[in-house]
Design a protein. Structure first.
Ligand code: NAD
Length: 253
């Protein structure tokens, strides 16, 4: 029996695909053969170009502000109207707000929890309802964080949301594993994206973070793609409910 990482004939939905890790994941899934619906608030032109110049995959851009759950059904419907199928959902869109816990505002709490956790749940629900109705195979990949395992500092709603996302990944895996849907998560370490710009611009924090990464460098977005292809492909069919670190060895330290 050969192990298959082939996504030919499959359709993936990637949220927050215009930049950073979402863009890299969309490019990797397209490289493995998937058509990709690129979901988010911003122009997807850069991602469309990257996929086209790598020579593969049809793309559809779906405009959606995921700070509320209003667009979730539309994301699934537009994908189905475009390709007739939806096999893979990558819940990547996420935000972070920084302040000391004693000063943290309700607005910053709610904004982060809404995008990082609430919308992820209801988009996964809409996706799974479609799959379950058609008794169809499917894969959900949540983008968690090291803050799914650790406490962090000055990011209370981010840590709560990503720790919650690890639990949600396990719960959904337990409910849907027997029905042909794999639910797993990737926990990226410290990657060079907008999300970590403030940390990289702080010389002390930058040096402290680098000193703890056994691989010796910040993650480059393209270093996340292999894990996403694995969790999206038949190669991971018996993998359910894991939160897989892709962190240059950070958690092993
Ligand atoms: P990023 O800020 O470059 O990307 C975040 C993406 O989410 C963007 O595409 C943005 O448009 C989208 N987004 C945010 N709010 C949205 C909304 N309301 N509606 C639609 N889209 C929205 O950062 P990134 O590092 O690429 O982050 C991607 C994911 O990876 C996030 O969930 C983040 O928490 C997670 N993550 C990143 C790191 C890292 O080191 N960069 C580490 C761990 C986890």
């Amino acid at each position: 029996m050969t192990v298959s990482f082939d996504l030919g004939g499959k359709t993936a939905i990637v949220t927050g695909a215009n930049t950073g890790l979402g863009q890299a994941i969309a490019v990797a899934l397209a490289g493995a053969g998937a058509d990709v619906a690129l979901v988010g608030r911003s122009s997807m032109a850069e991602t469309e170009e990257a996929i086209a110049s790598a020579g593969g995959g049809r793309t559809l851009t779906i405009k959606a502000d995921l700070s509320t759950i209003a667009p979730v059904q539309d994301v699934i419907d537009q994908t189905l109207a475009w390709s007739g199928r939806a096999d893979i959902l990558v819940n990547n869109a996420g935000i972070i707000r920084r302040a000391d816990a004693v000063d943290f505002s309700e607005a910053d709490w709610d904004a982060v929890m809404d995008v990082n956790l609430k919308t992820v749940f209801f988009l996964s629900q809409a996706f799974a309802r479609h799959l379950l109705a058609g008794k169809q195979w499917g894969k959900i990949i949540n983008i968690a964080s090291l803050l799914s395992f650790q406490g962090g500092i000055r990011i209370p709603s981010y840590t709560a949301s990503k720790s919650g996302l690890a639990g949600l990944t396990r719960l959904l895996a337990c409910e849907w594993a027997g029905k042909g849907i794999n639910v797993n998560a990737i926990a990226p370490g410290y990657f060079e994206t907008n999300n970590t710009e403030a940390l990289r611009n702080d010389d002390d924090r930058n040096a402290a973070i680098l000193a703890r990464i056994p691989a010796g460098h910040w993650g480059r977005p393209e270093e996340i793609g292999g894990a996403a292809v694995f969790l999206a492909s038949p190669a991971s069919d018996y993998v359910h409910g894991v939160v897989m670190p892709v962190d240059g060895g950070w958690l092993a330290r």
